[in-house]
Design a binder for this molecule. Structure first.
Ligand SMILES: *Cc1c(COP(=O)(O)O)cnc(C)c1O
Length: 475
């Protein structure tokens, strides 16, 4: 059905609500010069208004309406009952500064979540204070800095990062006063060890590494990398934003990492995106526990209390982090248990590899090896025929799918980064594979249909440049 804009259904003197006569004297209007003459408010009836907003709401696409394979963002189904749990009055009606004796349950949840995340990552201690993945990175790099300074080591000015790193990694390093230095990846998508050997010296504070890499690969050289970094006094910083391929199987601590941040709003049952609340706990080895952001929750003579590490980098926000997100993460971990978490990683990896195998005859696969929770293709085969990856993404909308992440990671030309997640069924994956195959065929036989896609959506192809520069979010 065609969606009509509000101005087009507006008619003078139509009324959407009626107010009772005033029972109090009307208050004075502001001075005339502050009043606008023409507000141009639409005039519609109540029923029309309800229909207008209801039809708008149906254009919204999310994981609850369909497949949403946005790589690097983990748009997975998160159990609805975790939202219910987070809404329990005992959780929503507590105040951050009410007497500690009256919020022992909330503190216990935080304390147990700290322990669970410490165990999951194989570290020594966890702070739940950071409120985003990037803030967790900030906390980690500040701890790295504080650690070196506390040892009187002041010449370490650099953070090394692979070229596939998430943009927040170099940004965080720079914010903390470090120079971000890029290490190239090799043709297998792993860190180039030769380059690391030549670049790792006493000026390097830490190597920041994402596991799985942003190409969704496991770097099998990790033990050697860890040794090379530690031999020269550096620390190994892990970006663990996307943990759903490792849960219950691989621990950052065992791989040699000194600190890692997690994204509870990607892996642990809080939807990611749209600027909603996040939580980016940091988990550290014993050498960094003194520097943890404050507060932490500890148990002292049977009572939970907030404490601060001796050389803490300080607090990261007004109170204790995003408590609502912590509740959902706790519910997720406790309801799945160790075996359930293992199943998560198993299914995440199997689903991504299933897509990889089924689609690699149709789209160029730059790194043809087992991937982890997502798979990165390149649209370069189609590009040779004048089709951009953007065209493929737009055409997917016509087939009823949210497009995958495109043009990221930057190291892959015309990248198409697909994350199926652990929660999708084989039927859904097959339907997506089917659509991708049809698009590959259309690219050969009818490229025009791709250039002009989408055809079935309420809004057709946007002018990307204008949309980015003159953002207009109103209908
Ligand atoms: C999402 C993500 C981040 C940043 O997390 P935010 O919560 O958006 O700040 C950092 N690193 C990687 C690898 C990510 O995928």
């Amino acid at each position: 059905m065609e969606h009509k804009s509000l101005p087009s259904i507006s008619q003078p003197d139509k009324i959407g609500c009626s107010l009772p006569p005033l029972e109090v004297p009307p208050s004075k209007l502001p001075p005339k010069e502050l009043l606008r003459q023409e507000l141009g408010l639409p005039e519609v009836s109540e029923g029309e208004l309800v229909r207008y907003f209801t039809s708008l709401s149906k254009f919204n696409y999310g994981v609850d309406t369909g497949f949403y394979p946005l790589g690097s963002c983990t748009m997975k189904y998160n159990p609805k009952w975790h939202e219910e749990v987070a809404k329990l009055p005992g959780f929503t009606s507590v105040h951050p500064y009410q007497p500690i004796d009256s919020v022992q349950g909330a503190l216990r949840l935080m304390s147990e979540l700290q322990e669970l995340l410490t165990e999951i990552t194989g570290m020594a201690a966890t702070s739940l204070a950071p409120m985003a993945g990037s803030q967790g990175e900030l906390a980690n790099i500040l701890m790295v800095k504080a650690y070196h300074q506390s040892r009187g080591d002041k010449i370490r000015q650099k953070i090394l990062l692979p070229d596939s790193a998430h943009g927040t990694n170099p940004a965080t390093s720079a914010m903390c006063g470090f120079k971000a230095v890029t290490i190239p990846s090799n043709d297998k998508g792993n860190l180039d060890i030769k380059s690391l050997k030549s670049m790792m010296n006493e000026e390097v504070a830490a190597l920041a590494l994402t596991i799985p890499t942003t190409l969704a690969l496991f770097d099998p050289q990790i033990a050697e990398i860890s040794q090379l970094v530690h031999e020269r006094g550096g620390l190994l910083f892990g970006d663990g934003a996307n943990l759903n391929s490792l849960l219950g199987r691989v621990k950052f601590g065992d791989l040699g990492f000194d600190c890692v941040q997690l994204n509870l709003h990607k892996t642990f049952s809080t939807p990611h995106g749209g600027g909603g609340p996040g939580s980016g706990p940091v988990c550290v080895k014993p050498i960094l526990t003194d520097f943890l952001p404050s507060p932490s929750v500890t148990k002292n003579r049977g009572k939970y209390i907030f404490t601060s590490s001796t050389k803490t980098i300080g607090s990261l926000g007004a109170a204790y982090g995003n408590f609502g997100v912590m509740i959902k993460a706790y519910a997720y971990i406790r309801s799945l248990g160790a075996e359930g978490l293992k199943e998560v990683s198993e299914n995440a990896v199997i689903n991504a590899n299933y897509l990889k195998e089924k689609l690699k005859a149709y789209y160029y696969l730059p790194y043809d090896r087992t991937c982890l929770h997502e798979v990165v293709f390149s649209g370069k085969r189609q590009k040779a025929k004048g089709i951009r990856t953007l065209d493929i993404a737009k055409r997917l909308l016509d087939y009823g799918f949210h497009p995958p992440t495109i043009y990221f990671p930057l190291v892959v030309e015309e990248a198409i980064m697909i994350e199926p997640t652990e929660t999708e069924s084989k039927e859904t994956l097959d339907a997506f594979i089917d659509a991708m195959k049809k698009i590959a065929k259309e690219a050969e036989e009818n490229p025009e249909i791709l250039h002009t896609a989408p055809h079935n959506t309420p809004i057709r192809r946007l002018d990307e440049a204008t949309a980015a520069r003159k953002l207009d979010l109103r209908w």
